[in-house]
Design a protein around this ligand. Structure first.
Ligand code: 5GP
Ligand code: MN
Length: 339
């Protein structure tokens, strides 16, 4: 984002505006933390701001400040469409292609609002008038901190905003352990703590609120873990029956793929989760080192993301999706054995 962009946005935000803020479908801690922080920031400046999520999200995010104000597009269609049509500004956070907003994409596309993208994924589309895109950022929440700072409004960051932003930085960096964590990230996190973010409580709300069913589902996932040593790859699958047996709820499989990646000498991990309702297999991909799962997801599974964390989907059944994955792997053996 240029100095001129910042000047334009400052002018745009000079008088109260109708603003819609959108995270990606199935929003995670970063997407929700960023949208809620921005909503709170804009409301403090007397804008009429609302967060519209394409759909629901896991219970472990349902404690975030002002979370109960979030509208859900799939269950509040008319209200949301009216707000989108009337919006003067739309912020899209933590995604960079309108199809990542699911069924909301066409409403966003046809809206005449000024669009502002803040995002850290690879290869942004060009639907927004103002684009703040930086693939080197740990999280969209870190970028929202920089965005607020560049508007000269750092002093407006209060406990609520800090809590939301800290949550997204913590979740997207795997609790500050992924290579995307820089010394700047830690300085931002430290500043947010100074503003009132309670790191121990936030960690507890996100990671230590598991249900017994979720732990049992993790047990199932781990017993389904397979390793392909020659490709330094491990994968997990979960069928609809296995999910049902453990009373699966949205978010229960979050982080499971990291167990596959934690194996010694594994640099590429995948999880395949059957979703019979949407008739897809949802795929999460992770890597260590230089192997780009973003490229892999784009090339084979209609997805994308970051170099070390990406996702995608398949419209064939669980077995044939896994068969396809296994058949593709040998062509990557050289890259996977590079590090
Ligand atoms: P996860 O595997 O945790 O769902 O997602 C990992 C990363 O990949 C996140 O940054 C997420 O936004 C991105 N991602 C997940 N699924 C998709 C997808 O279907 N398409 C694209 N373009 N990105 C995805
Ligand atoms: Mn993110």
């Amino acid at each position: 984002m240029t100095q001129e962009d910042i000047r334009d946005i400052k002018t745009l935000l000079n008088a109260p505006k109708k603003i819609v803020i959108v995270p990606h479908k199935n929003p995670d801690g970063d997407a929700l933390g960023a949208t809620l922080a921005l909503e709170h920031f804009l409301k403090k400046q007397h804008h009429d701001a609302v967060v519209i999520s394409p759909n629901d999200y896991p219970d472990f995010l349902k404690w975030l400040p002002n979370e109960s104000n979030i509208l859900k597009y799939d269950s509040q269609l008319d209200t949301c469409n009216t707000l989108i049509n009337e919006a003067q500004i739309i912020f899209t956070l933590d995604f960079n292609a309108l199809n990542r907003a699911g069924d909301m994409a066409s409403a966003l596309e046809s809206s005449s609002a000024v669009k502002i993208m803040i995002d850290h994924h690879q290869q942004p589309d060009d639907y927004a008038q103002y684009v703040y895109s930086d693939v080197n950022m740990s999280s969209t929440c870190e970028m929202v901190y920089h965005f607020i700072t560049s508007l000269d409004d750092k002093n407006l960051i209060d406990e609520k905003i800090a809590t939301c932003l800290y949550t997204g930085i913590m979740t997207d960096t795997g609790s500050f352990r992924f290579p995307s964590t820089t010394s700047d990230t830690l300085r931002v996190a430290a500043f947010l703590m100074d503003c009132g973010a309670n790191h121990a409580e936030i960690h507890n709300q996100i990671f230590d609120t598991n249900s017994y069913d979720r732990m049992q589902l993790l047990g199932q996932a781990l017993s389904n873990l397979k390793v392909i040593p020659e490709s330094r790859t491990a994968y997990i699958s979960l069928s609809q029956e296995e999910l049902q047996e453990h009373n699966f709820k949205k978010g229960d499989t979050e982080g499971f793929v990291n167990y596959a990646l934690s194996l010694n000498d594994v640099v590429f991990a995948a999880i395949f989760i059957e979703d019979r309702q949407q008739e897809i297999i949802k795929i999460s991909l992770r890597s260590k080192g230089s192997f780009s799962v973003n490229e892999f997801a784009r090339a084979h599974f209609d997805g994308g993301g970051h170099i070390n964390a990406a996702g995608g989907k398949s419209e064939t059944n669980l077995k044939s999706t896994i068969d396809k994955f296994i058949s593709i792997l040998p062509s990557y053996n050289k890259a996977l054995n590079n590090d």
